[in-house]
Write a protein that binds this ligand. Structure first.
Ligand code: SAH
Ligand code: ZN
Ligand code: ZN
Ligand code: ZN
Ligand code: ZN
Length: 457
């Protein structure tokens, strides 16, 4: 597994050090060079948690070098010829049709009789009859119905094998729950950032009664969606560097959407790829929130834009670092095409994915029929296995199982953990003790363990 791949994510989040992987994110900087995915991010090479050596720029969006191999040292002099070549490369690596062209194509497509509506599975593209010839040796689907066109996330094949996109689509259960919650909370507009299935469910519910009608704007890096949505419904967007591929016009679409109705009753819902780079995501979300704030006519507004950030529970401390006003809900979000992240109730493994929000926790009512209940002391809904600990005075379980209190650690720990006197903390019984004299795993110095390493704070 690659270093920013999912299996390592839990490890990295738990240790709080993306730098354990040999590189640390420094962030977006003005004047950064560009790859086809917008401005690159600045990183630094690290060794055992220490910043060492040269800083470099790499692609913000692609965790796999195979998807985008952009690389440049921070202090590297790039010749005019290379700059020109790079610009041409970036231009050539944009999609073959523009969004505008795709909207026109769609208009033509829906005029066709069912028998002439084809979708090329190889190119992931709606085909007009004049193009059939060119795709004659490709696999295609026929008779594309209106309802198929309204569920593009079912028609398109999820880009799940690519670490870059990591498209994990909500189950109907989770998606319906989110939408009902959004409506019950009184929201009427959703900025769907990397949530195409939620967007699609909102669009198809749009014919509902006026009072409950919700609108959505999808921001996503997957340009295939531009075949199905107008420029008012979809913006090609990179959430790791807050880059709108459609330039100022797309930026303005987003701004206008946020500012409608005086900026009221709008929420951001996002479900980013889990491969780390929390800091880059947080910085983009803050920019979207700032865009909303700017819109308020009645002077400065001290509120933070409401948000649901869907992410695994082991990233809790990382998210709270950037958004101290957020709290984590117990609701388990699950996915259709992710074997590991399914709902627990049917005996399958429990999903580690949760909702983080800046809304008051007691407002987020979780379904009683799935066992969630309200803890009057914590003033929030918790999962059935989550017991209120008298000593911690909180419902402490993170993973849905019942946790137990350790008096020596002075906190609740996973049920499978035991207190280890060598490590002086709770761990799995099968763990290998971190001997303090062997030096810290992160910085190499003696006298403390990885969990207490000063370089992580
Ligand atoms: N559960 C959601 C999908 C989440 S998968 C749903 O069912 O609606 C992650 C989504 O983020 C995908 O749609 C993917 O295309 C998008 N994505 C991945 N990298 C991105 C990036 N750099 N910028 C914007 N969107 C991105
Ligand atoms: Zn690595
Ligand atoms: Zn409680
Ligand atoms: Zn406790
Ligand atoms: Zn303990």
């Amino acid at each position: 597994e690659g270093c920013r791949g999912l299996p390592r994510a839990a490890d990295m989040a738990a240790s709080g050090a993306e730098s354990l992987c040999g590189q640390a994110l420094l962030g977006a900087v003005p004047g950064a060079p560009r790859c086809p995915h917008g401005p690159a991010l600045l990183f630094v090479k690290t060794s055992q948690g220490r910043e060492e050596g040269r800083r470099f720029y790499a692609c913000s969006a692609c965790r796999d070098r195979k998807d985008c191999n952009f690389f440049q040292w921070e202090d590297e002099k790039v010749s005019e010829t290379r700059l020109a070549a790079r610009e041409e490369y970036n231009r050539n690596h944009q999609p073959s049709f523009t969004h505008r062209q795709n909207v026109e194509r769609y208009k033509n497509f829906v005029q066709l009789p069912l028998s002439k509506r084809r979708f090329c599975q190889e190119c992931q593209q709606l085909l007009l009859p004049a193009e059939w010839e060119k795709h004659s040796d490709h696999q295609f689907l026929c008779d594309i119905s209106t309802s198929q066109l309204k569920s593009p996330s079912q028609l398109l094949c999820p880009l799940e094998n690519k670490k870059t996109n990591a498209q994990y689509l909500f189950t109907d259960r989770s998606c319906q729950f989110l939408l009902d919650l959004i409506i019950d909370l009184g929201f009427r507009r959703v900025l769907s950032v990397g949530t195409p299935r939620l967007h699609e469910m909102i669009q198809s519910n749009a014919s509902q009664e006026e009072d409950f009608r919700v609108r959505s704007l999808l921001l996503d890096i997957d340009f295939r969606y531009s075949q199905f949505y107008t420029e008012d419904e979809f913006c090609h967007y990179n959430m790791f560097n807050h880059y709108f591929f459609g330039g100022e016009a797309a930026h303005e679409t987003c701004r206008k959407f946020l500012h409608q109705d005086n900026g009221e009753r709008v929420i951001i819902v996002t479900d980013p790829p889990f491969g780390g780079l929390v800091e880059a995501l947080a910085s983009s979300f803050k920019k979207l929130m700032a865009m909303w704030k700017d819109t308020e006519e009645e002077g400065p507004n001290n509120q933070e834009m409401p948000m649901f950030w869907i992410f695994p529970y082991f990233f809790e401390s990382r998210i709270l670092e950037f958004f101290p006003s957020f709290s984590m809900m117990d609701y388990q979000v699950d996915y259709d095409n992710h074997a590991l992240y399914k709902h627990g109730k049917t005996g399958r493994r429990q999903s580690p994915v949760r909702i983080f929000t800046n809304l008051t926790p007691r407002m987020i009512a979780l379904p009683a029929e799935e066992g969630y209940r309200f803890c009057t002391i914590c003033q929030r809904y918790v999962s059935s296995g989550n017991q209120h600990c008298e000593i911690c005075n909180s419902c402490t379980s993170k993973d849905g199982r019942r946790w137990k209190h350790c008096v020596l650690c002075k906190k609740c720990v996973k049920p499978s953990w035991f207190h280890c006197n060598v490590c002086n903390c709770c761990a799995l019984q099968t763990h290998t003790c971190e001997k303090a004299d062997a030096g810290c795993f992160v910085c190499g110095k003696a006298g403390h363990k990885r969990s207490a390493c000063p370089s992580l704070s």
